[in-house]
Each structure stands twice: as structure tokens, then as C-alpha cells.
Ligand binder design. Sequence first.
Ligand SMILES: [Cu+2]
Length: 503
Amino acid sequence: MTNPEDRRKFLKVGTIAAAAGLAGKAMAQEGNGDLNLPNAPDAPSPIGNASAEPSIPDGSDAVAEIDGFSRFKPSRGNDPDSDYYIGKKMPGFRPASTGPAPFEAPDLDKLPWKMVNGAKEFQLVPMAVEREFLPGYRMNVYGYNGSMPGPTIEVTQGDRVRIVVTNELPEDTFVHWHGFELPVQYDGAATLTQNPIKPGQTMVFEFDVHEEGTFFYHSHVPMQEAFGQVGWFIVHPKKVYDPPVDRDFGLIFQNFFVEPTQTVADSWKMDWNWHTINGRSGPLTTPLVCKHGERVRIRLMNFAPMQHHPIHLHGHTYWETGHEGARTPSSAWIPRNNSLVGIAQATNFEFIANNPGDWIFHCHMVHHMMNHMTRQVGPRIRKGVNVDRYLQDTSTRPAVDFTRNDPGFNTPGYPQKMLGMERTMPQMEAIWNRREVRGMRANYPMAVKGLMTVLRVLPDDLYKLVMESNEPVEKGAVFAEIVRRFGDPERYEAAPKMMGMNM
Ligand SMILES: [Cu+2]
């Protein structure tokens, strides 16, 4: 859609849209049924290098197409028995000789190490932390080194590791290295294998890592696990996985129950009302941004206390290439669109990002696609519940409506649409004030909730604009540009803009 005729058609639609005018409502709300906005604002202007054709980067010996599978357009290939069917073994742009792609868990840091007496030495600190699930919702949980989940430990197969654990919790803890075949005294399985690490006490764990794979560490006190104590422990193989990937993302899925009037998670509850990915709820989950044609791996680990998650990727068919135990032999890889990831299980999703756009990546349980009852509302307010603490701080939290003035409450069962996640302007700005979301549709935060994040597949020029330049990018501009190049621009309507949001 890059020829001048198409561009003219697109711009014409934009002009009609502008004539339709614009009115908005300042507050964004979960769900979009009652926004009451006109659907025809200005289409964002063209950006980037619209005539650019997808191409192989200089220095890469990757090819554009093998056995009928194209890395640049949706395609399946010619033969289900081919190694390249649905991109199964099509390598990324990055050659294996450059080593593994760096592991990246959005919104989480890596735990630094230094070489001491032939071992990679890490300092891990179990502690109480505050984690902002969404702008304005700071929750009290347990984590490590100031973060929940804890920072990522990243090593290479064959390393010797020494992890110095200093307990800053006010109670005993244990740390288990999940999936490691190590000497039993270091297994961290509570008093079965060691004495507790007392508050203020330090314990040293040291072992050789002969495995490679997607592992994690966590407290072996059940309620501490339910309270957030987990982190990645990624072991890259000595010999880079074949085919090599360009991106290696990691996402930890968790659930919590936090009473509407509280900030302290309740680890005793078998229920949940908050969902997090790497400690953030949608839409504060940071999108996974990659370039058109790259090979991408997403490692997903479910650390929910009680909930399994069927995980769905839009716009692509991926291969399941491994789980928490090990990389799966390629003869047993399975192509899928949705994978059930059980508690304390991990799944590695690999695919060629051959379909540009903003693709949602999410748990498919409908009740996991949003947070729940995070605010006291309507008939669910219990008699005698004290909301004083909540009301003291309404500048950072949505106000509590403890009246029953809404005539809808005369209908038994009302409301069924989840209300109560209205966001203030500063909270919306916090969501938009991240590089990774530049140029997404103006209303995207209303669609990405709970256990949801976004895979952004961007043509090279748009990737540079979003991730590497400081040029301003209008909301919706990147999305509209992808529609211009790869979709049907004459049928596209840009998102309604919201007043006061400069978008
Ligand atoms: Cu789920």
C-alpha cells in the first residue's frame, strides 16, 4: 500500500474524518462501551520511510524465504514436514556466532555479579517491597533486592555460581533454585534440606550449572511465594540454540488478592483480583518490541498461586520449543496459537515476526483479562466496611463511590461490566510516558488489561523511530503507517482522541 494512489485514498479518508469533528471525555475507563466518542478523527500523517521494502540487514546471511515460508509476510510454507514450515527452524537475522541474544524481562532488572574465586557471585536480598501494579496502585508484597518479581539471574551453562542470600525479611525464609540438579544441601526445600535463613542472617549457595534452560528461583515458604517471591534464573546454552533468535523476552505471570481498601496482598486467599506480568498489570505491562522479520523467543512462566493460564498470541503461529525442564528436541516442537501454562511451569514460544502490527499476547481466561473489584462499588459494598484509609488518599487512588445513587442498582445483579478502574490524567500519562508504546492507537490502554501485554512488530524504519529516535511520534501514527503499508487504509478508522490527552 505504498503507491501514491493508495496514499491519496488514505489521506482523503483523513480529510473526511477531520470534517466530522471531535468531542471527547477526559476519563478513560475499562471497557469502551460507554465512551460515546465519534469514530472519525484525523488520521495521523504518514511517517517513516513509506517506500522502504522489508530487507535483510547488512552483515546477516539470513534469507527472506525458505521452502515457501517468508519471514516478511504471513505464510505457512509448502510442506508440514519441512524444517521451515511456519518458520520452524528459520534462523533470525543474528548469526549464532555472536552468542545468545540478550535476555530481556521488561520492567525487571538483572542481578549484577562479579567473579570471585572462579564463581559468578550474586547478592540476593529477600525483602518486603512496594510494587506499582498500575499507576496509583502501589501494593505491599515480598520480593528480592527491592523488586517483585526479583531481579533476573542470567548465566551460561558451565558456570559456577555463588549466591549470597541475606534475609532482610522480618521472618525466616528459604530460597529454592527451581529446576537445578545441584547438591541437595543447596536445594532450599525448607527444613528438609537446611536450617532457615533467619532475619538478618546470610547463607551462601554455591554450585556448578551444567544445565541450560528457563529456570527460576523462589521462596520455599508457600505464603511467601503467594506474596510474590520469585525471579528468573536463565541459563544460556554453551552452544547457542539452533536456530538463533534475535530477541529473548521473559514474562512472569502472577495473581494477587488485594482488598479494595488495602494495599497489602492477602496470600491466604484462594481468590485473586489483581493480575501482573513482571509485576505490572495491563496496560502498564511494557510491550515487547521487535523488528519485522526477526526470530523472537518469549519465555513465559506462570507463578500464580492457584491459576493456570491459556496463553494466546495474535497474528502469528508459534512453535513451543521448550518448557521449564529443558529445551524440547525439535522433532517434538508443536505449532500453536494458544498454550496452557500451568502453575510453576514455563513455556518458550518461538516464531518469525512476519506480520507487522501491535499484537496482543494474553491469558485467554476471560476473568484474567481484567482486574476485578479493585474498588468498592454499588451493592457489593458491605455494611460496616471502613473506607477511611482509602478516602485519605484519593489524590492517587480512584475515589470510592459508597453511595447507591445510580438507578441501575434497582436491577438485581447490576453492575456486571467491570467499573472502578477509571484512571486520572496523570495515571494515563504514566502509561503513555514510555518509549515502547510510542505511536500505538490512542485508546490502546482500554484494551490491554490484567494478564495482557503487546507484541509490537515494526518495520525497520518505524522501529528506529519508536525505540531509537527522540522525534515526537503522534499517538496512532505508527499503527496507521503499518495499516498504510500492509493493510487496507481506505477501511481504517483512527482511534477517537480523548480531550486533554494531547493525542
Ligand atoms: Cu490466566
